[in-house]
Design a protein around this ligand. Structure first.
Ligand code: NAP
Length: 333
């Protein structure tokens, strides 16, 4: 497995990480046995970066990772566990903002360490910036946990360039986790150059636009009520056909290269720089295999131009989150 280093101070991780969110309900029902088998297959293939959030499945996702690692003695030391915290939730699956107060950081961390059954978290980050708490305070509280040995590295999620700069003035920031794909290239304007200037890596999510940009989506595929995609503007009836039209254009380019749509989408993000690590939400072993094959894809300058011509981001219909959730994105201000 090829590795990439997250920023100038972060850990060495596999060039592709495994995002575990979809294994605990975010994209409808998931198969727990298959999820654990997928984590094991990823570890066997040399994937060490496992991404989760304490609010994924209300803590169940951390328990799933704990169980998967326990079933493989020695794998905790192999894994780089990245945890997001801070989301305030209710039992009806609602989100009610974030809590980035130092006392909350200590509280969230204690629960995560317990659920994961570990004495440290490798990368710890607040999921969204708490507008009521200066980022310096939140990051400062995580930095105290680094000193105490309970956290190894500090990350951020969906922050804008200015917030990243302020956070990095408090402590080294290993990576910013943020949506980056052929559909969403917004970070190229300001966030990516700032991250590069500060020695901060990028862990890119939404690389497959949550399955829309995978080549496996079709208008006939239904989405259950609890599935994020049931409320995503990109998947809505008025936008889906247009977005799938872009996927078909990409399919033509991909087929010309003898690769799949998903592999083209992942290989394109991989080609954007060694400081960028795609975190892919495979939740089945066949999807994982397709994902990891993207590491073998070699894209020439001409291929990259063909891919970008097929999928101009300005042609994508719908925002990447519903309006209420867009408002929580510091990165979109
Ligand atoms: N920091 C943040 O704000 C944030 C936000 C969201 C996610 N994340 C992290 O990023 C990770 C990646 O998730 P994502 O939401 O960005 O999803 P993604 O990787 O863009 O898409 C994952 C979905 O694509 C479908 N898919 C189709 N072909 C695939 C293939 N070959 N390989 C993998 N998936 C394929 C799967 O859906 P089906 O299984 O339904 O077919 C899967 O659930 C998450 O697990 C989470 O850890 C972070």
């Amino acid at each position: 497995m090829r590795t990439r280093t997250l920023g100038s101070t972060g850990p060495a991780v596999s060039a592709i990480g495994l995002g575990c969110m979809g294994m605990s309900g975010a994209y409808g029902a998931a198969d727990e046995t298959e999820s654990v088998a997928t984590i094991h297959a990823a570890l066997d293939a040399g994937v060490n970066l496992l991404d989760t959030g304490d609010f994924y499945g209300m803590g169940l996702n951390e328990l799933l990772i704990r169980d998967a690692l326990r079933a493989r003695p020695g794998s905790r030391d192999q894994a780089v566990i990245s945890v997001k915290f801070g989301a305030l939730r209710d039992i009806d699956n609602g989100f009610h903002g974030v809590d980035g107060r130092p006392a909350a950081v200590r509280n969230f961390l204690a629960y995560s360490l317990n659920r994961l059954g570990t004495d440290h978290i490798d990368i710890y980050r607040i999921a969204r910036v708490d507008p009521a708490v200066p980022i310096e305070e939140t990051v400062g509280a995580i930095a105290e946990q680094v000193q105490a040995g309970r956290v190894r590295h500090i990350g951020l999620s969906e922050v804008g360039a200015e917030t990243l700069r302020r956070a990095a003035s408090v402590a080294p920031i290993a990576d910013v986790q943020i949506e980056y794909s052929l559909f969403d290239r917004g970070i190229e304007r300001e966030i990516l150059p700032t991250a590069r200037e500060l020695g901060t890596g990028i862990t890119a999510y939404g690389v497959l636009s949550r399955g829309l940009l995978s080549g496996h989506w079709s208008p006939q595929r239904g989405v259950a009520e609890g599935d994020f995609r049931a409320h995503s503007p990109r998947f809505s009836a008025e936008n889906l056909d247009r977005n799938l039209g872009l996927v078909e254009a990409l399919r033509k380019v991909a087929e010309g290269k003898g690769i799949t749509v998903a592999q083209a989408a992942i290989a394109w993000v991989l080609s954007r720089g060694d400081d960028i690590v795609p975190v892919i939400g495979a939740r089945r072993r066949d999807r994982l295999a397709e994902t990891l094959s993207a590491l073998e894809v070699d894209l020439s300058e001409a291929d990259l131009a063909d891919i970008e011509r097929a999928v101009p981001p300005s042609e994508v219909a719908g925002t990447r989150y519903p309006t209420a959730q867009m408002a929580h994105l510091d990165s979109e201000r």
